[in-house]
Design a protein around this ligand. Structure first.
Ligand SMILES: Cc1cc2nc3c(=O)[nH]c(=O)nc-3n(C[C@H](O)[C@H](O)[C@H](O)COP(=O)(O)OP(=O)(O)OC[C@H]3O[C@@H](n4cnc5c(N)ncnc54)[C@H](O)[C@@H]3O)c2cc1C
Length: 325
């Protein structure tokens, strides 16, 4: 019997897990993917290194800024100051320039790999059903493995968390009220660096919303690797399209914006983030069912970004600690 089972090895889950482990709690993190990262994942394919989810992080609060500084001092984060372009008119009120943009050294999951190394993690462990019995939680995986703990943290997207808890749970309505928007990403790799007059671009017209060159970020050992993110409307309209079709359409769109990127790539693949970002996060920072010693956390509770996920994870750890004797 563990003190805590954490479902999900993204920023919120691993933040909470490492804080609880640091005060002596027995914690196990279960993650359906094969490694840490969640939406802050990094992918290596064909000699290319891509950040196909989160691109960089920013620190708006003093507490997160101090944490970022510590990770930077540990060599896990580095500032990123790309040559930036803007296509189309920026929507009013959007995108104040942050004091600094930070990237993971070697990949956007650099911090998460470090955090995961300090706690017990079970990879490719897809939590499929939950049960609350006297004294604690039982979590069963798709493969039929079972774990028991006194308390439970769920950091899956809200609709998936709701499915795990069941429609009769008191938090179900609130979870279903959070609208997570999709995002199609493409990863494009070139053998020779194409001529492009920027390293990253905010795009406010057409299918794409963002383009960036990944191999110039700190610590990447990669041939020229570019990522593009489609806007919400385009992603929604093409939600069920084939990845090959999406990759080809978004690559053409990249080439329209930067003709150098139209050249024939060595690799061009698409990835669908079905639950990419909350259209509006809850007032956060967590949801809790105190009677059952259950916490739900994630960026969708507290601000739609890595900083929000971290804040939610910190708060989750505090609440879970208060449940334990
Ligand atoms: C395309 C894209 C671009 C982004 N760009 C930025 C950016 O530039 N800057 C920024 O700050 N933020 C950005 N974000 C948002 C950022 O990625 C998130 O805020 C952050 O990663 C969320 O962390 P989390 O822990 O809340 O959730 P997640 O990262 O989603 O972690 C949840 C984890 O739970 C796992 N899981 C779910 N269900 C189960 C289950 N049943 N069993 C086991 N495991 C399960 C998932 O596999 C996942 O690993 C972006 C997101 C996307 C998708």
């Amino acid at each position: 019997m563990f003190d805590v089972i954490v479902i999900g090895a993204g920023w919120s889950g691993l933040t909470a897990a490492t804080r609880l482990a640091a005060v002596g709690r027995s914690v196990v993190v279960v993650e359906k993917s094969r490694g840490p990262g969640g939406r802050s994942a990094a992918r290596r394919q064909g000699g290319f290194a891509f950040d196909h989810g989160a691109q960089y992080l920013t620190a708006r609060s003093d507490t997160f800024a101090r944490q970022v500084e510590a990770w930077s001092n540990a060599g896990l984060l580095a500032p990123w100051r790309p040559e930036l372009a803007v296509f189309g008119t920026r929507p009013s009120g959007a995108g104040e320039t942050p004091a600094e943009r930070w990237v993971g050294v070697g990949g956007m999951n650099a911090v998460l790999r470090r955090l995961a190394a300090g706690v017990e993690c079970r990879w490719r462990w897809h939590a499929e059903s939950l049960g609350f019995e006297e004294g604690g939680w039982r979590v069963r995986s798709r493969e039929g493995d079972v774990l028991h703990a006194r308390t439970l943290l769920v950091t899956a997207p809200p609709s998936q968390s709701a499915a795990l808890l069941g429609s009769d749970h008191a938090l179900s309505g609130l979870l279903h009220s959070v609208d997570m928007k999709p995002c199609w990403a493409i990863m494009v790799g070139f053998r020779d660096a194409p001529e492009v007059p920027f390293e990253a671009a905010f795009v406010n017209e057409g299918a794409l919303s963002w383009i960036a060159r990944c191999d110039v970020k700190a610590g990447r050992r990669s041939a020229p690797a570019w990522v593009g993110h489609a806007g919400v409307e385009w992603s929604q309209a093409h939600l069920e399209s084939e990845p090959e079709e999406v990759a080809s359409a978004l690559h053409a769109e990249m080439g329209r914006l930067a003709p150098g990127l139209a050249s024939r790539p060595a690799l061009c693949v698409a990835h669908r983030w079905r639950y990419a970002m909350a259209s509006r996060a809850l007032d956060g920072p967590i949801l809790a069912d105190d009677a059952r010693k259950l916490v739900l956390a994630g960026d969708w509770c507290a601000g739609e970004r890595i900083e929000g996920a971290w804040i939610s994870g910190v708060s989750a750890a505090r609440r879970l600690e208060s449940f334990l004797p």
